[in-house]
Design a protein around this ligand. Structure first.
Ligand code: MG
Length: 372
């Protein structure tokens, strides 16, 4: 296999019910797609970076730059045979830019698997035909509004509810959801790094969440504060889950060694690709801790890769994998739909879906061939 060329496509998708978090919200999801031309097949990958560098250091303009000038040329120059397993090492000389790397890896892997006639889930070692759906709910205008929103998603069949929280929007919303729907509803919270471990009031609020029987508290502190997470984990009953902190198997090893988490949110963009995501899955399984699949408001291309990843056996908790219409009135692929709280894992070659040419034409605002 050789990479003959690539194209970058910028798609604008209006968001239904934007998820407002401690890091802001997105009214229009600007999606960066990579189309990889492998000669005998074409593959697709999605870069999950947002258009501004407030959730993570990566953002779309920078990802497009590094893809055009560094990542795509490196793979295109590789000597045969270019196998999927060689991709991370070929891209390793470029520091960071994990979301951009993940997009290119996915595009090449998708094309390679299409040529092989094999699905991504099968190639990864997936063991599930369908994955459980969870939903992530951002800050709302009022607690009443939040309760109504949660009720709607529970009625729709979602198997787990996640509330975005931050200092001041935490104890009251969680208590209201518990009061309205009972203690049996699988409920977890995500702070997106919003709490300060040196603030006694913040620590008090996090510890007080213990009484609500949450499945986990996700990423209360900044991404580099592993020791603070460990200290909190030792002082509360609720499991601590890390998201932003876990960027590689190496950071996972440190987190495990210091006791910073007992659950991990796996996002293939955050860790540099589906191969790195599988390695993190495997290491967590060995350590006896469950993982679940996070979400980054992906279009159908990224969602398909997430669903394939979440079919691996140690994805034991429902992830932030929702049906397409929770985010978008119109997606660029055939939308993913939920049946009895689950999404079926695609079985077609590669990621199992592809952008619809007519919608791509209409929703794509910029199409840039990579000059080689
Ligand atoms: Mg998170």
């Amino acid at each position: 296999m050789r990479l003959h060329g690539a194209e970058l496509l910028e798609i604008h998708l209006p968001v239904v019910d934007p998820i407002v978090t401690a890091a802001g919200g997105e009214e229009v999801r600007i999606v960066l797609l990579v189309r990889a031309d492998l000669g005998e097949a074409v593959g697709w990958g999605e870069c999950v970076a947002f258009h501004l560098p407030y959730y993570s250091s990566e953002y779309i303009e920078a990802a497009a730059e590094v893809l055009r000038h560094h990542l795509v040329p490196r793979l295109a120059a590789a000597q045969e045979p270019l196998t999927p397993e060689r991709i991370p090492a070929l891209l390793a000389p470029v520091h960071g830019h994990r979301m951009a790397k993940a997009a290119l890896e996915c595009a090449v892997l998708d094309g390679w698997l299409r040529a092989e006639g094999r699905s991504l889930a099968d190639w990864l070692g997936g063991t599930r035909a369908a994955v459980d759906c969870g939903v992530s709910i951002g800050f709302q205008e009022s607690v009443e509004q939040l309760v109504a929103t949660v009720g709607g998603y529970l009625d729709a069949g979602y198997r787990r509810i996640k509330l975005k929280v931050g200092p001041g929007w935490d104890l009251e919303p969680v208590a209201a959801v518990r009061a309205a729907f009972g203690d049996e509803v699988p409920l977890q919270v995500d702070a997106n790094c919003a709490y300060d471990p040196r603030d006694a009031a913040h620590l008090g609020r996090l510890r007080a969440l213990d009484r609500h029987g949450l499945q986990l508290i996700e990423q209360p502190f900044g991404s580099e504060l592993l020791l603070d997470h460990a200290e909190l984990a030792a002082s509360v009953e609720t499991p601590i889950c890390l998201d932003e902190s876990i960027t590689s198997v190496a950071t996972l090893e440190t987190a495990l060694a210091v006791g910073a988490c007992t659950v991990v949110n796996v996002k293939l963009g955050r860790v540099g690709g589906v191969l790195a995501a599988r390695a993190i899955h495997d290491r967590c399984e060995e350590a006896g801790i469950p993982v679940w699949c996070g979400g980054m408001l992906e279009s159908g291309v990224g969602r398909a890769a997430n669903v394939a990843l979440a079919s691996l056996p140690n994805f034991r908790l429902p992830g932030d994998i929702s049906e397409s219409r929770r985010y978008f009135a119109e997606d660029i692929t055939t939308p993913f739909t939920m049946d009895d709280g689950q999404i079926t894992v695609p079985t077609g070659p590669g990621i199992g879906v592809e952008p619809d040419p007519e919608r791509l034409e209409r929703l794509c605002v910029r199409r840039t061939p990579v000059e080689l």
